[in-house]
Design a protein. Structure first.
Length: 214
């Protein structure tokens, strides 16, 4: 989002439990404020299974099938935005003063990720899947969907390429591709996955709202 919007996002809550959105920023012209809530559909059982597999030294795997729902991606997104977990996060955004309110969604499991990936996948010369427009909740200006991420397997500290789908009020669907350096990311949760990057090689940004000016 920072690369695409040209902003510096600072933490506003990020799990602190004070009903604030996760991040906020000042518009590039200095005249407005944007906020974002980052969330995903619950995957409690999957996360517990993965944590158990890691503890027992087994591979972290998923099984099952996903309905294709071809040309129904907008309907899938609408249904997700109407669930209780999404409405809770949407209300958090609606309760704050801002010029732009962004909801950033990612998927923990393939059951939802399958649809998010298709929103921003490149189809080359093939016909792209039809995606209807969304009706955004009141006051929400943008909804983002994190698509596939890939990196060169022989360069664990290289750049990861991440695909994003964005639905913007008054504009419609957009697809973006951004590059993120692995060393700039914080370590993943130790209970879920082992970090393949030595801790002293990471240098994530300090996004505290009270950080000193550089």
């Amino acid at each position: 989002m920072e690369q695409i919007l040209g902003v510096d996002i600072r933490l506003a809550d990020a799990g602190a439990g004070d009903k604030m959105p996760d991040g906020s920023w000042v518009m590039p012209d200095g005249q407005g404020r944007g906020i974002v809530e980052v969330t995903s559909p619950p995957a409690t059982k999957l996360m517990a299974d993965w944590a158990r597999a890691k503890k027992e030294g087994r591979p972290q795997t998923e099984s099952g099938s996903v309905p294709l729902r071809m040309n129904e991606l907008a309907a899938v997104c609408t249904e997700l935005l109407e669930t209780s977990w999404a409405l809770e996060n949407i209300r958090k955004l609606q309760n704050q003063h801002a010029n732009e309110r962004h909801l950033f969604l990612f998927a923990r499991g393939h059951d939802v990720g399958h649809y998010f990936y298709r929103l921003s996948d490149s189809y080359g010369d093939r016909s792209a899947e039809t995606v209807e427009d969304l009706v955004l909740p009141d006051g929400i200006s943008d909804v983002w969907f994190r698509g596939r991420a890939s990196r060169e397997p022989d360069r664990p500290l290289g750049a990861a390429q991440v695909r994003l789908a964005r639905f913007q009020a008054g504009v419609g669907w957009q697809c973006h591709v951004v590059d993120i350096e692995e060393r700039d990311l914080p370590s993943p949760a130790s209970g879920i996955v082992a970090d393949h990057v030595p801790a002293d090689m990471r240098h994530p940004q300090n996004r505290s709202p009270h950080r000193s000016q550089r």
